[in-house]
Ligand binder design. Structure first.
Ligand code: ARG
Length: 486
């Protein structure tokens, strides 16, 4: 190293071409260290693999390799302890790591950037980050899924009204209700795991955009870092953030699900609905109204969904105008990504606490069930069994419901004489055979709410995710035998 003749620009690795040092305001505007320091572990991990490769192909001596590896250990400790001074003039995490490495490893450190560009470095770091984050969030999601299945099991026999248009529709069981959210979480989990594939190829070796003349071994680096292979076109690779978009898409849909769930319980925990109760440790109060207990965690899950969608939308807008290869705009991909990961981790935890801690207000639910016409569809289907075309059956039961409402009578309590006004072939004592629980039990086809169907499904999900039998039940005798069809 002969040293940079322009003292003022010498702190920059690219200073050689420049006649004066960078304007401080420009440094402040262009730096990313204030947020991309979060990638220091990924950056150092990638650098370790790169350095091992350089030694393998003879671009570093074994001694240089070891000096650099030891230096990287020191840099990682420094970063982890928050001891690295963050300097806007060193721009980003990649340069901070390199500068600190040279400090610790001496001249060997000056060779680390051989056959590597920050463009492929940031592409690598982000892929490593996204893969680790997708795995970590899958773990969080699994804990929520577990809580959901356990709660569903606890409430497997509770009959609940289910709604369409927020109007009472048909009875289901608590197991079926939680099972619905379990299915959503399961799809979210698959999407998160799919992101591991989106970010599954190693970009290192793309160079600035077109590789390098030096004799690198990309496959070695990929294998070292646990990638399944290498990307195949540097010009594409250094500008490819599809995997970030895939991740933010998966996180956005997950937040759609958590947000809707939160909204449902906000509603169900109002005095007006009164169906769900959260324990005091999960509620917050009002500074002025002494009587208040508010479900702030649920409102914040609902509210925070917006920032995740915003990050996703922002990324798409960022990407849509970019020509091939690296453009500095891409530096703007990170904050939204980091924020989405933190937001989703917190939201998954809050929903798990809510699921763990919630209880149904069973007395209130019974009161609601006692006042509804949830069994109307069952009656129409019984008329179908008696040979009545469904459209006619629908009309007949509509008239029966109107009659019962006029007489303030529950459908289950209608005397034979009243039923006979609308249809002459009802079996004797028909109305008294109706019950919400019986209605649920009769819908035992695959995907239906009958308790044994629901437990069979819980069993399948538990096996798929946790690779064991659920803790509560012996496995149902065999699929198909367990309450399918009737
Ligand atoms: N800080 C940059 C980013 O986050 C790293 C890549 C910079 N590359 C460059 N040629 N300036 O995208």
């Amino acid at each position: 190293m002969s040293g940079n003749p322009k003292e003022t620009a010498s702190s920059k690795p690219w200073g050689g071409r420049f006649a004066e040092s960078t304007d401080k305001d420009v440094e402040g505007f262009t730096e990313s260290i204030s947020f991309d320091r979060r990638l220091f572990r990924e950056d150092i991990r990638g650098s370790r693999a790169h350095v091992r490769m350089l030694a393998r192909v003879g671009l570093l001596t074994p001694e240089e390799r070891d000096q650099i590896l030891q230096g990287l250990d020191r840099v990682e400790e420094e970063f982890a302890a928050g001891q690295v001074e963050l300097r806007p003039d060193w721009e980003d995490v990649h340069m901070h790591v390199e500068k600190r490495l040279v400090h610790h490893a001496g001249p060997a450190g000056l060779k680390i950037h051989t056959a590597r560009s920050r463009n492929d470095q940031v592409a690598l770091d982000l892929r490593l980050f996204v893969r680790a984050a997708a795995d970590r969030l899958t773990g969080e999601l699994d804990r929520l899924l577990e809580a959901t299945l356990r709660k569903g099991y606890d409430y497997r026999a509770l009959i609940l009204p289910a709604y369409t248009h927020t109007q009472q529709a048909q009875p289901v069981s608590g197991g079926y209700y939680f099972g619905a959210y379990a299915e959503r979480l399961l799809r979210d989990r698959k999407r998160l795991q799919g992101v591991l594939d989106s970010a599954g190829l190693c970009p290192l070796g793309s160079g600035a955009l077109a590789g390098t003349t030096l004799p690198i071994d990309r496959e070695f680096v990929a294998a070292e870092l646990g990638f399944s292979g290498v990307t195949r076109n540097g010009l594409d690779t250094v500008g490819d953030r599809d995997f970030v978009a895939d991740f933010l898409h998966a996180l956005s849909l997950l937040m759609v699900h958590l947000s809707g769930w939160a909204e449902e319980w906000i509603l169900w925990s109002t005095r007006e609905f009164g169906m769900v109760r959260l324990p005091d440790r999960l509620l917050t109060g009002s500074s002025m109204m002494p009587q208040k207990k508010n479900p702030d965690i649920l409102e914040l899950v609902r509210g925070k969904a917006g920032r995740v969608f915003g990050g996703y939308t922002g990324l798409l807008v960022l990407l849509k105008g970019l020509p091939l290869s690296y453009n500095r705009d891409l530096q703007e991909d990170k904050e939204a990504l980091f924020d989405a990961v933190d937001t989703v981790a917190g939201s998954l935890l809050m929903m798990r606490l809510a699921v763990d801690g919630m209880s149904f207000e069973t007395a209130r639910i019974e009161e609601i069930l006692g006042k509804t016409e949830l069994l109307a569809t069952d009656i129409a289907e019984d008329l179908v069994r008696l040979g009545v075309p469904f459209r006619e059956a629908h009309a007949i039961v509509g008239r029966i419901v109107a009659h019962a409402a006029k007489n303030s009578c529950r459908l289950e309590e209608l005397p034979d004489s009243d039923l006979a006004l609308f249809f002459d072939r009802f079996p004797r004592g028909y109305a008294s055979t109706l019950s919400p629980g019986g209605s649920v039990a009769r819908r035992s086809h695959t995907g239906g709410p009958a308790p044994e169907t629901v437990l069979q499904r819980f069993h399948e999900i538990w096996q798929e995710i946790f690779r064991t039998s659920p803790p509560w039940s012996p496995p149902p005798s065999s699929p198909g035998e367990s309450g399918r069809g009737r």
